[in-house]
Ligand binder design. Structure first.
Ligand code: TYM
Length: 339
């Protein structure tokens, strides 16, 4: 096994919340990038249900939403025999480490988290305490496996910086290099996929308009309809890249095209510059159907066999715990918690 420069085993960890309605942003910004990483690194991919319950989740839906994330992982190409696909709440060390890290992280650090501010909005006094300490649990997810690399979309960058701050303070406070400082892996091509209705907002599960996002469960007809309705300008696609800066909707559609096709943005732009939006939309619809269609069909098949998906999550959680128990033991020892 290869070692990181600071002598830690190179290990990838990432997580996705089972809050339902996985979309193109989750796929292009994160899940798609997990697949090649598993060839290079020991990898763990986590269904983060404890993060999901920081906002209200219907208990009767949660199992099927967890299965949906596991199905999306597998349908996208994550091999459960090679990578560890697991469920956060089944590995209690996550919450145990999270408490210790709550005592390391500073209030001022958490007060700066923009995602909390966005999610809480004007309702700050009435959201759960869990939503506020959410990034500390995320740090625990990562540090519990001493992960060195964390593939995420750009919206998680600040949480990764916080994780590094917590790891560094922990190592300094207890005078031992227990944790590596994990590196985010953010794919430039699709770091932030924007809403199809308003390209100033990111594509998200919580947007009230279903037309703002392509869901991984959308039929070909739905994909076609949503791209047709996607907001654009009256003017054609500009000739120069600079004018594109003032056309966020065009930029977003071109970004989606280039990420699906795995080609440089410049190459995609060259193909469509000066053309009408109808041409871009026609080609993009085709590309999306080719990309999302097979994943959707495979997800559907897998979702029909919940027993199999639960078995994968159970098996993965046992494997994850083999690592997490050791790390938590080390943490308890250095912090003086061990009797
Ligand atoms: P979540 O469930 O909101 O999103 C899962 C992944 O999808 C990425 N993503 C996007 N990427 C590009 N464009 C978008 N519009 C877009 N929307 C979402 C997210 O960046 C993420 O990578 N806090 C995390 C879950 C988490 C986690 C972790 C991640 C918990 N513990 C440990 C990494 C490591 C979250 O809420 O993801």
């Amino acid at each position: 096994m290869s070692k990181a420069p600071n002598n830690f085993t190179q290990r990838v960890l990432s997580g996705v919340q089972p809050t339902g309605g996985l979309h193109l942003g989750n796929y292009l910004g994160a899940i798609k990038n997990f697949v090649p990483l598993q060839e290079q690194y020991e990898s763990l991919f986590c269904v983060v249900d404890l993060h999901a319950i920081t906002t209200w989740q219907d208990p009767s839906d949660l199992i099927s939403k967890k299965c949906e994330v596991a199905a999306a992982f597998i349908a996208s190409g994550i091999n459960p025999d090679k990578s560890i696909i697991f469920n956060q709440s089944q590995v209690p060390e996550h919450t145990q480490l999270s408490w210790v890290l709550n005592c390391v992280a500073r209030m001022g650090w958490l007060n700066r988290m923009t995602q909390f501010k966005d999610k809480a909005g004007k309702n700050k006094e009435n959201v759960s305490v869990g939503l506020f300490t959410y990034p500390v649990l995320m740090a625990a997810d990562i540090l519990l496996y001493k992960a060195t690399h964390v593939p995420v979309g750009e919206d998680q960058k600040q949480h990764l910086e916080l994780t590094r701050d917590i790891a560094l303070k922990f190592n300094n406070d207890f005078n031992k290099e227990v944790f590596p400082l994990p590196e985010p892996i953010i794919m430039k091509k699709a770091a932030r996929i924007m809403s199809l209705r308003d390209a100033s907002k990111k594509m998200s599960k919580s947007d009230t308009s279903d037309f703002s996002r392509i869901s991984l469960t959308d039929s070909n007809e739905e994909i076609e309809k949503k791209i047709k309705k996607a907001k654009t300008d009256a003017l054609p696609i500009p000739d120069s890249n600079r004018s594109l800066e003032d056309m966020p909707e065009a930029k977003n559609l071109l970004t989606i095209f280039s990420a699906c096709e795995e080609e440089d943005f410049e190459k995609t732009f060259d193909k469509f510059k000066g053309k009408n939006f109808s041409e871009l939309k026609r080609d993009l619809t085709e590309v999306l159907i080719n990309k999302i269609g097979p994943i959707r069909d495979e997800m559907k098949k897998l979702n029909n066999d919940k027993k199999y998906l639960i078995q994968i999550l159970n098996r993965g959680s046992q494997k994850a715990q083999k690592i997490s128990i050791k790390v938590l033991k080390e943490v308890y020892e250095v912090t003086g918690l061990t009797l």
